[in-house]
Design a protein around this ligand. Structure first.
Ligand code: IPM
Ligand code: MN
Length: 353
């Protein structure tokens, strides 16, 4: 049998990014031994510190170079000394768009009722996945100022939705729902009652596509109502598909009901290309170097990475180990409240594989 081998680009990034990435790499090393695959990792220093020294975010050439890898493992982007937007647009969004990672996949799964801020909700109640469109919508950066700085100023920000972009996202969501095979229910989360251009297109594309997936139960919820159901009846959801902006917002709420940013992971997926996996919590600069940040989200992101490249056994072993460590060892999932330093959590997950 041919040995399986992967080229992984590692972008630790800013703040606590490097600390959590280290723990992810520790688990990768343990998984490769146990499941008998090889990998080559190459580290890139894209982030706030490099930007402050060189003025560079990520260049077109660097972006093109990332296409040579099987997957990217990202820590976090965001630096307190850099004006908001520069690194986010110049590195994170540029990579998502440049590598055409048109899906942002964010599982919301509760591992123990102890971690849930909602009264009476158990792991079987909170187990859904958000499929967020990741290349268009309000994130396209389209718009303009008129009479900037004047009292009659107007700022226009456009939500850009192409039929192709919407359809490929919806198709991914239908296929994912079918493959996940849990309740086989796909909810379109939108705002058809107010945003009557964008969501008319989404709804029409959804209604057409669903004819091809008669085995998938379909549903629709407005985004505001969705946030209400996340708190009141999260058990209603299986897979949710939505646009870039709504997906950004509802997945932060999703992270909170699954136990917080310490456990929430996501994947920026190009099904035909190079995908990038990250903990969704950001760089958390105030915790940098304090050994208190929870690395489980990064470890879960690493698990998603392995699942995507085809190491499904390793991925589920990592998930099981995370569950075991979280439920039998840790006091809490929040930074500084875990009962262990960052490094020890990584050791425990690696040992329990
Ligand atoms: C996320 C983040 C990013 C986003 C920011 C940092 C650009 O909030 O991954 O959810 O808005 O997509
Ligand atoms: Mn976000």
């Amino acid at each position: 049998m041919k040995t399986r081998s992967y080229k992984i680009a590692v972008m630790p990034g800013d703040g606590t990014g490097p600390e959590v990435v280290n723990e992810g790499l520790k688990v990768l090393k343990a998984a490769s031994k146990k499941f008998d695959f090889k990998y080559i990792e190459e580290t890139f220093d894209y982030g706030g510190d490099r930007y402050l020294k060189t003025g560079k975010t990520i260049t077109d050439q660097e972006l093109a170079n990332l296409k040579k890898f099987d997957a990217i493992f990202l820590g976090a982007i965001g630096h307190p000394d850099v004006k908001p937007g520069i690194l986010e647009q110049g590195i994170l969004l540029k990579t998502r768009f440049g590598l055409d990672q048109y899906i942002n996949l964010r599982p919301v799964k509760l591992y123990s009722s102890d971690f849930c801020p909602l009264k009476g909700k158990n792991p079987e109640d909170i187990d859904f996945v958000v499929v967020r469109e990741n290349s268009e919508g309000l994130y396209k950066g389209m718009g303009e100022f008129r009479d900037k700085g004047k009292s009659n100023e107007v700022a226009i920000q456009i939500s850009y939705n192409t039929r192709k972009g919407v359809e490929r996202c919806l198709r991914y969501a239908f296929e994912y729902t079918r493959k996940r095979n849990r309740r086989k229910k796909l909810t379109l989360c939108g705002k058809t009652n107010v945003l009557t251009y964008a969501w008319d297109l989404w709804q029409r594309a959804f209604d057409e596509l669903k004819k091809e997936y008669p085995d998938v139960i379909t549903d629709y919820a407005h985004v505001d109502a969705t946030t209400m159901w996340f708190v009141k009846n999260p058990e209603w959801f299986d897979v949710i598909v939505t646009d870039n902006m709504f997906g950004d917002i509802i997945t932060d709420l999703g992270a909170m009901i699954q136990g917080g940013m310490g456990i929430a992971a996501g994947g920026n997926i190009n099904p035909q290309g190079v995908s990038m996996f990250e903990p969704i919590g950001g760089s958390a600069p105030k915790y940098t170097g304090k050994h208190v940040i929870n690395p489980l989200a990064a470890i879960c992101a690493l698990g998603m990475l392995l699942d995507t490249v085809g190491e499904t056994k390793a991925a589920s072993a990592i998930e099981n180990s995370v569950i075991k460590v979280a439920t039998t060892k840790m006091k809490a999932l929040a930074a500084g409240k875990m009962g262990y330093p960052t490094e020890k959590i990584g050791d425990l997950v690696a040992e329990n594989l």
